[in-house]
Design a protein around this ligand. Structure first.
Ligand code: ATP
Length: 260
């Protein structure tokens, strides 16, 4: 089943064509890799999927009936449809505790009326307690429970990246976008991340799209890869197909990057 369908999507910034006429489909439950050299348009693609940018032209359909390009669709609305993300530069609230950071991730999921919150009605306490228990549960699964009261800024880099993923999962997404999750990680942490990504997909039954420069991670964990080059989709296929694709090899040769 198709979960995301992108048709003729383009985005320009003044004279810069960051994305040119991208069309692709992503199936439910897939782990997708989005690769390409710096400036290829990968983050712009994520920003369009999450409503941060408005496309210059083209369409994005989510679950095949909700268009997420119309002007009135704001990022929080898209989040409520079940698209959640992490950022290339970690965006945690550094002076807040680990558990507070996760609690913030629930905002689009748990709702009680203004009156409940102002007058502290029973429904308010019920949701707050449920939220807290869910947060503890997530932290336990991410091996961060013993650090729940630590300020985010005191965590190791790898822990901060995992905390960001835990926070994104708090919103109970159906599509999880990870922007360079392995950036700054050491080889051991990257190896653990590979298992974590697989485990997240199995446990939460979601679709994962990741932007990544670490080819070992991409080739190990992704079932399908899309390759962007200067704003154009130049190839799509399995890791095996991509590693043998001449156009991809050529696009990467400039940087002498090993594809597999
Ligand atoms: P990297 O791997 O370095 O993160 P990327 O593939 O994510 O690169 P983008 O960040 O999407 O690439 O950038 C694509 C192009 O669009 C680049 O030329 C970039 O300078 C440009 N661009 C992206 N965002 C903006 C913006 N807000 N204003 C102007 N130009 C932008």
């Amino acid at each position: 089943m198709t979960v995301l369908k992108v048709t003729n999507l383009s985005k320009s910034f003044g004279g810069i064509k960051a994305l040119k006429d991208i069309s692709l489909e992503i199936n439910k439950g897939e782990i997708i890799g989005l690769i390409g050299q710096n400036g290829a348009g990968k983050t712009t693609f994520f920003n369009l999927l999450t409503g941060i940018y408005e496309p210059t032209s083209g369409e994005i359909e989510y679950d095949l009936d909700k268009k997420i390009t119309s002007k009135d669709l704001k990022p929080h609305k898209i989040a409520s449809y079940g698209i959640s993300r992490t950022f290339q530069n970690i965006r945690l609230f550094q002076n807040m505790s680990v558990i507070e950071n996760v609690l913030l991730g629930f905002h689009s999921r748990f709702k009680y009326g203004l009156a409940s919150a102002v007058f502290r009605l029973p429904s308010y306490y019920k949701w707050e307690k449920e939220k807290y228990n869910h947060a503890l549960n997530l932290l336990e699964k991410f091996n961060l429970l013993d650090k729940k009261d630590e300020k985010a800024k005191n965590l190791s880099y790898g822990d901060q990246r995992r905390l960001e993923i835990a926070r994104a999962l708090a919103a109970k997404p159906r599509v999880l976008l990870l922007d360079e999750p392995a950036a700054g990680m050491n080889p051991n942490e990257t190896k653990e991340l590979t298992s974590l990504i697989r485990w997240i997909r199995e446990t939460y039954d979601l679709t994962i799209i990741l932007i990544e420069h670490d080819m070992s991670l991409v080739m190990n964990v992704c079932e399908k890869i899309f390759v962007f080059d200067s704003g154009t989709l130049i190839a799509e296929g399995t890791p095996d197909e991509i590693s043998k694709n001449e156009r991809v090899i050529k696009a990467y040769l400039g940087e002498e990057t090993e594809i597999c």
